[in-house]
Design a protein around this ligand. Structure first.
Ligand SMILES: C[S@@+](CC[C@H](N)C(=O)[O-])C[C@H]1O[C@@H](n2cnc3c(N)ncnc32)[C@H](O)[C@@H]1O
Length: 213
C-alpha cells in the first residue's frame, strides 16, 4: 500500500507499516470501541454509521461481524479531505463497507424507505442544527441506536439542551449540547424503550447511549 494521504486525520490507526496519528489516540479509540460494541451485538446485523469521517467505527463494525455496514458523511469529506482517508482505509482493509455522501440536511430523504438493525450516531448530535430530528430519524429507521455525544447543562436538574452561539457563519460547527437526561428522554419519546448511559472515562461531559426498542 502507498503511504496514507497527508490530510487532517481524526482517528488514529496502526497499519503496521504506517502509523496514522489523528486527534483521537489509538488508546482512546480502543476504549471507545469497547464501550460501543461491548453494549451491542452487531453480528449478522445491518449497520449504518452516520458521519463516519475516516470510518473507524464502520470498519470496526465490519470486523465485529456485521452482515452489511453502510457509512455516510459529508461535512469533513468535503471540507477536510475526509473521504480520501476513508477510501484509503477501505482499500487497506479490503473492506466491503458501503459508502455514500449525504449532507445531514438531506438525511431524512436519504433514509426514506431504509431500515437498519443498528444505527451508530457517534460524535454528531452537537454538530446538527436539529438534534431532536436526528434522534427522531435514528429511532424511525433502526431497532437499536448507539449514540455518543458531548454533554452540557450538567448541573441542570431538568432535561435541557444548551445552544452554542455562532459568531461567524461556518460549515463546521457545534450547535447544541444536551444533558444526559435530555438525550435519554428524547430517545424514549421517539420510540426507544431501554436506554443505557455510559459516561466517558475522561469525565461527565461525554457519554454513550445504547438504546433499544
Ligand atoms: C467529531 S466527528 C465524529 C466522527 C465519527 N462519527 C466518530 O465518532 O468517530 C463529527 C462528524 O460529524 C460530521 N458533521 C456533520 N455536520 C457537521 C458540522 N456542521 N460540523 C462539523 N462536523 C459535522 C463530520 O463530517 C464528522 O464526520
Amino acid at each position: 500500500m502507498p503511504a496514507p494521504p497527508d490530510i487532517p486525520w481524526y482517528h488514529s490507526y496502526d497499519l503496521g507499516d504506517h502509523k496514522i496519528v489523528g486527534a483521537q489516540s489509538l488508546e482512546y479509540l480502543a476504549y471507545r470501541e469497547e464501550v460501543i460494541f461491548g453494549g451491542v451485538d452487531v453480528r449478522d446485523k445491518t449497520v449504518l454509521d452516520i458521519c463516519t469521517w475516516s470510518g473507524y467505527m464502520a470498519f470496526a463494525a465490519e470486523r465485529h461481524g456485521a452482515r452489511e455496514v453502510t457509512a455516510i458523511d459529508d461535512a469533513v469529506w468535503r471540507h477536510m479531505r475526509g473521504r480520501e482517508g476513508f477510501d484509503y482505509l477501505h482499500k487497506h482493509f479490503d473492506s466491503k463497507v458501503l459508502a455514500d455522501q449525504v449532507h445531514m440536511d438531506n438525511l431524512g430523504a436519504w433514509l426514506d424507505g431504509k431500515h437498519f438493525d443498528i444505527i451508530l450516531c457517534l460524535g454528531l448530535l452537537y454538530h446538527v442544527r436539529n438534534p431532536i430530528h436526528l434522534i427522531e430519524l435514528c429511532a424511525k429507521h433502526s431497532d437499536t441506536c448507539v449514540l455518543d455525544t458531548l454533554l452540557g447543562m450538567l448541573d441542570c436538574p431538568h432535561p435541557a439542551m444548551q445552544y452554542l452561539p455562532k459568531y461567524e457563519p461556518t460549515e463546521l460547527a457545534n450547535y447544541f449540547v444536551p444533558n444526559a437526561s435530555c438525550v435519554e428522554h428524547l430517545m424514549r419519546d421517539y420510540g426507544f424503550k431501554n436506554v443505557r448511559i455510559t459516561l466517558d472515562k475522561n469525565g461527565p461531559s461525554r457519554a454513550v447511549f445504547h438504546a433499544t426498542k
